[in-house]
Structures are given as structure tokens and as C-alpha cells.
Design a protein. Structure first.
Length: 267
């Protein structure tokens, strides 16, 4: 009986070593530093409708370099249509193209993607702050590693808190703070993995209104992405510049300047 004890201990040690090795191989966490930039152009069509064009660019560090500008990993553009049902309800739809670059250093292969989405935002307008909740359903048509295209459905739910700091309302010269959190859920696919929960995205930052039609937002973004080979964490610096009715405003300023010059010449 005593002779079997060392054998049992050896088996237990082997099993323990196996699980440790397996966890180390497939459960390692990775962290990337990234920089996201986006320029948004919005145009008022009517009292209830507006259009928007977004152009975005993303850079990322790698496991061997912490430089957030090490690789350009994605470029994209989106075309939106917005409908304002009421002061509290805003519905939107967009069509987008994402050029996901081939970046083996972060485990990313070239995966062009077309994306269509429907979303609704409900606003709780309060004195001194705004709380909103956003629901978005995305249909993603993207290429996998075998160069076959797959359709992935993704649902996103966000809650957002926005507070003006040096005023009670948003207007020219006002700085405002932003905090938001968003959960992502998706259908299983070869290109994105089989897990139902996709990621959690937390944002905190501030914005500034240069005028009623130009604003800048600077954010810190923390993303946690559970994956089969371990959890991936992204720490990103995000910069978003928004222009409302840019071309109309430039045209009006030029026309006003020409009119003023002509009036002075006629005097």
C-alpha cells in the first residue's frame, strides 16, 4: 500500500503542472496602448433630420513596444442619418467601412468590414447635467482569416453622464465632463470568436465648445475583451473633433466678409 503513495503524488504533480502550463499558454492577458482619432462633420437638413460623416484612424502598441503609435491598425468612415423624434428621443442609422490592417504583432489579420447599424438614444435632461442611454444593433459583414466573409450581429448598450463644468448649459466657451460605460454582446463567428460577451468599454474625459458649431472631446478609454487565449485590455487616448454645418458656416462668413468689403467700397 505504501508503495503506491509516491505514484499518486507524482500523478497529482503532473496534473497540476499540466493545468498550470495550459493556463499559462492559453490564459495569458495582454495589454495594448492605443490612440483613436475621429473627425465628425454634421449637417442640419431640417428641424427633425440631420446627416453626419465620420472619418476615424486608430494606432496601437504591440507586446514588444508600448508606443501607442507603433502601428496603424484601422481606418474607417461612417455615413449617418439622424431623426429627432422628440427632445428626449433620437434615432439613427449608419453605413460604415472599416479597413482593419494586417498587424500580426497584435494578433490582427487584414479584415475589411462593412457595417450597418440602427440605434436609439433616450435623454434624461436635468438641470446641470444630462444622463442618456443608448441601444445599438450592428450587422457586421467582415472577412475572416480564410478570406471568407461572415455576418456577425452585435448588440451594444451604453449609459452616459455629461455635465457642464463652467455653465449650466452647453454653449460657446463651456468645458464639460463625460463618463460612460458600454457593454457589447455578439453572435458567434469564426472571425470574432464564439463567446457571447464581446467587451466592456469605459470612457472618462472632457469636452470643450469653441463655438456652437465646433467642439473637441478628449477621453481616456479602457476596454476589457475576454478571449479564448486570455483577456485583452486596451488603454486608449481618444480625440474627437466635431464640426456642425461647417461648409455653410464658412460660406456665410465669406459672403458676409465680401458684403462688408463691398459696402465699404460703395461709401
Amino acid at each position: 500500500m505504501h508503495s503506491s503513495l509516491p505514484s499518486n503524488i507524482s500523478v497529482k504533480k503532473s496534473l497540476l503542472l499540466f493545468f498550470i502550463t495550459t493556463f499559462a499558454s492559453y490564459g495569458q492577458d495582454t495589454t495594448y496602448n492605443q490612440f483613436w482619432s475621429e473627425v465628425q462633420f454634421t449637417k442640419t437638413i431640417s428641424e427633425k433630420w440631420s446627416a453626419e460623416l465620420d472619418i476615424a484612424n486608430s494606432f496601437s502598441s504591440t507586446e514588444s513596444s508600448s508606443n501607442m503609435f507603433e502601428n496603424n491598425v484601422q481606418r474607417s468612415f461612417r455615413v449617418w442619418g439622424h431623426h429627432y423624434l422628440s427632445p428626449r428621443w433620437k434615432t439613427s442609422a449608419f453605413l460604415a467601412y472599416y479597413d482593419n490592417k494586417d498587424v500580426p504583432e497584435i494578433g490582427q489579420f487584414k479584415s475589411p468590414e462593412w457595417r450597418f447599424a440602427l440605434q436609439g438614444i433616450y435623454y434624461f435632461h436635468k438641470v446641470g447635467y444630462t444622463l442618456s442611454t443608448r441601444s445599438r444593433l450592428e450587422i457586421r459583414h467582415l472577412r475572416n482569416a480564410d478570406k471568407d466573409y461572415e455576418n456577425v450581429f452585435r448588440y451594444r448598450q451604453q449609459i452616459k453622464y455629461l455635465k457642464p463644468i463652467n455653465s449650466k448649459v452647453l454653449r460657446k466657451g463651456v468645458v464639460y465632463g463625460i463618463i460612460s460605460d458600454e457593454l457589447f454582446f455578439k453572435s458567434g463567428a469564426k472571425v470574432t470568436g464564439e463567446s457571447f460577451f464581446d467587451r466592456n468599454r469605459f470612457n472618462i474625459g472632457a469636452g470643450y465648445l469653441f463655438s456652437d458649431d465646433i467642439q473637441l472631446e478628449v477621453m481616456y478609454v479602457n476596454e476589457i475583451l475576454p478571449r479564448n487565449k486570455g483577456t485583452q485590455t486596451v488603454n486608449a487616448a481618444s480625440l474627437t473633433l466635431t464640426f456642425n454645418n461647417l461648409f455653410e458656416n464658412v460660406k456665410n462668413k465669406l459672403f458676409h466678409k465680401e458684403s462688408s468689403t463691398t459696402s465699404k467700397e460703395d461709401e
